[in-house]
Design a protein around this ligand. Structure first.
Ligand code: FAD
Length: 294
């Protein structure tokens, strides 16, 4: 079974995609259309996020298992420590292994309801992602990823503290990290420099989301924790009432960001898809990341 690291350490540029567990039948259809449309473009891996509630968690397990079983894609499951005892976490990791999933993104997660609310650990659970990395590692031959934050995690007092935490997670046994969304290529490259300055050479994948609508732009602000830079606002704001023009400019912007990252030696780009493939396909095709037969 191929691991994420085997797929991203080839030296040639690759892309990967992130999906969410489908909420209902219609969403499931949309997701599987997206998976099939992307499959021929040979993404390095596909990942499925892990939600806060029980049924959404079951859907993550089912979806990653189905990707592993029914497609040619390398599947990665996200897992968080939220509201889980260690025994339950062992159980979920066991399910992943039984479904043939070798890759896990180990996350602490946020308090359900209010991401900035007080973190209350499960009484028999874990406090931080590095503990989950160790647990996953202990339980089998998994390839493990962790989250990284170009602007620092909102609960970290400063960037040094935040980078030390990322390096701690990598040294606890993680093989690579995926970065939260950011606006400017330099924001990601500075994170890469901070990690390298600590003597750590793990692969960091930038998180990328094509800026197709004003709503996606707001979501990027929310997830990244950073305001829209003036340079980007100047290119997008006046197009807010013209969906086609906004989308075209947003795709151009993201393509330019990816080109700059690739010029700086970044060889893997991780796309957040919202279970749709069109914008990702457009960007990766413009970047020349698709097999020539596709
Ligand atoms: P940690 O690395 O544990 O860090 C959390 C905070 O605690 C940080 O501020 C850190 O600096 C601090 N910290 C860590 N260790 C210590 C210590 N020993 N002492 C004091 N402070 C410490 N969430 C989901 O619910 N489901 C998903 O599927 C999901 N996927 C994600 C994918 C990516 C690529 C990213 C970037 C995020 C994802 N998230 C997901 C969000 C993530 O769960 C939250 O951002 C969460 O708040 C932090 O998780 P973490 O794994 O980075 O936590």
């Amino acid at each position: 079974m191929t691991t994420v690291v085997q797929r991203i350490r080839t030296g040639r540029p690759v892309f990967s995609v992130e999906f969410m567990p489908p909420r209902d039948h219609e969403d499931e259809q949309r997701l599987w259309n997206a998976i099939r449309e992307l499959e021929g473009l040979d993404p390095a891996f596909v990942s499925v996020t892990y939600g806060a509630g029980g049924s959404s968690r079951d859907r993550t397990i089912r979806t990653t298992g189905r990707v592993a079983r029914e497609t040619t894609l390398v599947s990665m499951a996200h897992l968080t420590a939220v509201d889980h005892s260690v025994a339950e976490l062992r159980n979920v990791i066991g399910w992943y292994a039984a479904l043939g999933i070798r890759n896990i993104l180990a996350l602490r997660g946020d308090p359900p309801g209010d991401p900035m609310g007080d973190w209350v650990p499960h009484p028999q659970g874990l406090n931080y992602a590095d503990e989950l990395v160790r647990l996953v590692r202990e339980l089998g031959d998994f390839c493990v990823g962790v989250a990284a934050f170009p602007y620092g995690h909102p609960r970290s007092p400063d960037l040094d503290f935040d980078t030390d935490n990322l390096v701690r997670k990598l040294r606890a046994g993680a093989d690579f990290a995926i970065a939260q969304l950011f606006f400017e290529p330099d924001d990601f490259l500075r994170l890469r420099d901070r990690v390298a300055a600590r003597g750590c050479d793990a692969v960091l994948l930038p998180g990328v989301m094509p800026l197709t609508t004003p709503r996606v732009l707001s979501k990027t602000v929310e997830l990244s924790g950073a305001p829209v830079p003036a340079r980007i606002a100047a290119r997008l704001d006046h197009l807010a009432a013209d969906p086609a023009a906004f989308r075209a400019e947003g795709i151009d912007l993201v393509t330019e960001t990816c080109e700059r990252l690739m010029a700086e030696g970044v060889t893997g780009l991780h796309f957040y898809t919202f279970n749709r493939s069109k914008a990702t396909r457009e960007v990766v095709s413009r970047l020349g990341l698709v097999p020539s037969r596709a």
